[in-house]
Design a protein around this ligand. Structure first.
Ligand code: FAD
Length: 320
């Protein structure tokens, strides 16, 4: 069976969920070979093997941390040349997309970004994308070179599938041309203790209807009862009620969780663009004519200040 390279996203050896989802998709089109770089790369091997990696290529070098993405592209290119894979899959993070795009240019291949599904096809893998503010679903395949495909988080289930996961050291030479942009400082983001917005299985978002930063704890309480991330509409973010990093939509983050709860959000096209591919959508809005109700699975017409706390209490009661 053809091998499929999977670029591993991990934090000091802890593999992040989107990579495990990529392994599920990679197994549909071939034998996954994981490429794990940086500090703790070798520690990723057991998790990757448990989820189907037949081989884990690892490399660590100070350059991976000292410069922006180019040294990682050198490493992925080295893996590509060693393996001659049928496809290269990366997570659709900002970094994953940049690495994928640079690799595609270097190897003269086409690239598909932000895929939400992937299946085997007679002429290569076929990717599904949700495009034009989620108004259309397209299926496409790369027609030139080895397909490079980035996949959005939450596009596939995490499925355990034990495989050999043989660890091999990847020989990497970082080119001088890859050292053009040096990282001069890092500031860790303050942790909220909540899951990352783009990776969370559940997202609870608040909009202008939340009516002030002082009311966002109502949204946060529901999110915390569900183990969810907190999102916000641009109106709420522009008003200074919640950080810009939490904006969902065309000019914010794209999320595709199992469950998206929108409270006090009207459902403008630019907001939909960032959440329409969520598996189950619930809206709470006091206006029964609000456009968000056109795309929901469950809609509650009501005041969020009554509905959201009641929902939070109910979730807590059921969880015991
Ligand atoms: C180029 C461009 C890019 C944009 N990008 C984004 C983007 O990335 N993300 C984004 O979100 N928007 C974006 N917008 C803005 C977008 O067009 C909308 O203005 C915005 O999404 C509206 O946010 P909202 O739904 O919170 O507010 P509103 O449209 O004002 O809706 C508030 C809703 O809350 C309801 N409500 C009020 N009080 C209550 C209550 N007590 N209980 C229940 N419901 C209540 C109201 O009935 C109403 O439906 C963009 C716009 C442009 C032009």
């Amino acid at each position: 069976m053809a091998e499929v390279l999977v670029f591993v996203d991990h934090v000091d050896g802890a593999v992040r969920k989107p990579t495990l989802e990529l392994l599920t998709l990679a197994r549909r089109i071939g034998d996954p070979v994981a490429v794990s770089l940086g500090n703790g790369a070798a520690d990723t091997a057991s998790a990757l093997a448990e989820h189907g990696a037949v081989k884990v290529l690892t490399a660590d070098a100070p350059e991976f941390g000292e410069y922006l993405v180019a040294p990682k592209v050198d490493a992925l290119q080295a893996a590509y040349e060693a393996v001659s894979p049928a496809a290269v899959l990366l997570p659709s993070s900002a970094e994953g997309k940049e690495i994928g795009a640079r690799l595609a240019v270097r190897i003269g291949s086409g690239i598909i970004t932000d895929a939400v599904d992937l299946e085997a096809g007679d002429e290569g893998p076929v990717a599904t994308q949700s495009v034009f503010a989620a108004s259309f679903t397209t299926k496409s395949r790369v027609s030139k070179g080895t397909p490079v495909i980035t996949v959005k988080p939450n596009s596939a289930p995490v499925e355990p599938a034990a495989a050999a996961g043989t660890v091999e050291a990847l020989a990497v030479t970082v080119a001088d041309s890859s050292k053009g942009t040096k990282v001069v400082s890092r500031t860790p983001r303050e942790s909220t203790g909540r899951p990352d917005l783009t990776e969370a299985a559940i997202v609870v978002s608040g909009g202008r209807g939340v009516n002030g930063a002082e009311n966002f704890p109502v949204i946060e309480a529901l999110a915390d009862s569900l183990g969810a991330a907190v999102g916000a509409s641009r109106a709420a973010v522009d008003a200074g009620w919640y950080p810009h990093t939490n904006q969902v939509g065309q000019t914010g983050k794209s999320v595709s969780p199992q469950l998206y709860i929108a409270a006090g959000i009207s459902g403008a096209i630019q907001h939909r663009a960032g959440m329409q591919t969520s598996k189950t959508i619930v809206a709470i809005n006091k206006d029964e004519e609000a456009p968000i109700f056109d795309l929901v699975d469950y809609g509650v017409v009501g005041d969020l200040f009554n509905v959201v706390p009641a929902l939070t209490d109910e979730v807590k009661t059921r969880k015991g």
